[in-house]
Design a binder for this molecule. Structure first.
Ligand code: 2P0
Length: 352
């Protein structure tokens, strides 16, 4: 009977990444090709990660299924999920064609079960960890030989920022030049071990769903902002080179200034969109002022803020300044945590 068929299974986790040079704008919407390169820091998975199990079996109903945090998702209407799965199946099919001793997993329905340990779509990069985990889990299930770099090309089609969550440490997503997107992929600039003192404090200002989803927001910006083209073409390329140098040299003040300036430029293009897009709120702006106040009071740059498509702040600092930075942020903004000092790079605090 069909219930006697085997179930093949693989489980994995994927981290959140927080960009210091922001991805904002697509030159190709279907393939998720960006208008500019971006660079992020991968978080440790201590407090923010997606856990995903992929399985396949002849016992399963014929359609692939996906559940997120216990809720079934309609993957047939998600072109991006379908694109990831069909790419992965094609790679499995190719190794099955080359080796007839392999089980024909590519012919079996998939069941994907995914869980985030943080609020979904609150500007906490849930789609990045989510698609990275989905691609990694199915690639493991299929025992694909592809490298993280190759898999990043697939994850990118799920969500742009997901390509950067397939690697640890400091990761660049190169915009690429080819129309088919084959050269638009992630690459590790430096492993986490290169700069183990780096810390990220995630300030959860609001865990609610964001006003304007990223895909929609970036399209509005591309179509209506006059600042946008300058940022993408003239500003970001120089910042990519400069921040990669700062990372290689573990030059925190330089890393911090570029990070803060690029967050500000990204939010300026949002404000310059028509109608304008507001992601930061009063609490976000209080965090910006506080970071500048701390740096001025100390007389050197010890912390940097960055904001994604939502009001939550991420504050980067080095472990040696943990008491100063996380301690002051906690005292002033009323955040409910302390700076983390351990082998992990991230901590999360509520400041609502
Ligand atoms: C980033 N963000 O670099 C930027 C900064 C938000 C602000 O990548 O449409 O969810 O799925 O490719 O990756 C959020 O956009 O967008 C994002 P899609 P994604 O992290």
């Amino acid at each position: 009977s069909s219930s006697s068929q085997p179930v093949y299974r693989a489980t994995t986790t994927a981290p959140v990444n927080i960009a210091v040079i922001k991805y904002w704008g697509k030159r190709d919407v279907t393939l998720n090709l960006p208008t500019n390169s971006s660079l992020s820091v991968t978080l440790s998975q201590r407090s923010l990660r997606t856990l995903t199990t992929a399985s396949c079996s002849a016992n399963y109903p014929t359609a692939d299924t996906l559940s997120l945090n216990g809720k079934p998702q309609d993957i047939q209407s998600s072109k991006r999920t379908l694109a990831c799965l069909s790419n992965l199946r094609a790679l499995r099919q190719a190794i099955e064609d080359a080796d007839s001793s392999l089980s024909k997993l590519s012919a079996l329905p998939l069941r994907i079960v995914s869980e985030n340990n943080f609020p979904t779509a609150a500007g906490l990069a849930s789609s990045a960890a989510g698609f990275a985990a989905l691609v990694r889990a199915v690639a493991n299930l299929y025992q694909l030989p592809q490298s993280p770099r190759d898999l990043s090309r697939i994850a990118r089609q799920g969500s742009g920022s997901a390509c950067r969550s397939l690697m640890g440490g400091y990761v660049a997503w190169r915009t690429g030049e080819l129309a088919d997107g084959s050269d638009s992929l992630a690459e590790e600039v430096a492993p986490a071990s290169h700069w183990p003192e780096m810390r990220a404090l995630v300030l959860v200002v609001s865990a609610e769903k964001k006003d304007v989803p990223s895909t929609e927001g970036m399209q509005t910006t591309v179509e209506t902002s006059s600042l946008f083209a300058t940022r993408a073409q003239a500003v970001v390329p120089e910042r990519m080179t400069a921040i990669e140098e700062a990372i290689q040299n573990r030059d925190f003040p330089r890393f911090a200034e570029i990070t803060m300036r690029d967050s500000n430029t990204f939010h300026a293009t949002c404000l310059d969109s028509w109608p304008p897009i507001f992601y930061m709120n009063d609490v976000s702006r209080a965090a910006v002022r506080l970071v500048h106040d701390i740096n001025r009071a100390v007389g050197r740059t010890v912390c940097a803020y960055t904001f994604d498509a939502g009001p939550n702040a991420v504050i980067y600092y080095e472990e040696k300044d943990s008491a100063l930075v996380a301690g002051t942020v906690k005292a002033i903004l009323g955040a409910d945590t302390e700076g983390w000092d351990g082998p992990f790079n991230e901590s999360v605090a509520n400041v609502t």
